[in-house]
Write a protein that binds this ligand. Sequence first.
Ligand SMILES: [Zn+2]
Length: 134
Amino acid sequence: MHINDAVFLEDLCPKFRFRQWRKSIHRFTGKSCIYCGKPSESIDHVLPRSQGGMSTTENCVPACLSCNGDKSDENAMYWYRKQKFYDPRRAMAIRAWIEGDLRLAIRLLQWAKPRFKENENKNFNDNETDYKVA
Ligand SMILES: [Zn+2]
């Protein structure tokens, strides 16, 4: 299939575009839950749909089923702070994500999870030192 055909197909078929969009959200975090780092199996609405949350990238984060289910209709930041796996770097990443700064969010997540990218382990040690000093 020619690349232009794919773009055309997305325009014609919203379902197809929705699938692509969902995939891209998971790709941002390397298919890991933004809250706990486990494999992401679902998309969580940071502001629940029941409270007017929209299905936009800023409001939708990759989450594992257990986080997604446990959080339910609670405020994401409030809920996350109470979790055993709470990590301030991840909390910052979530905040950056919902503010639309995905690049910052991804950098913070890489920081929180050293094996986010295997070949960045070396850099992580430097970051870890910075973190302890700060
Ligand atoms: Zn999770």
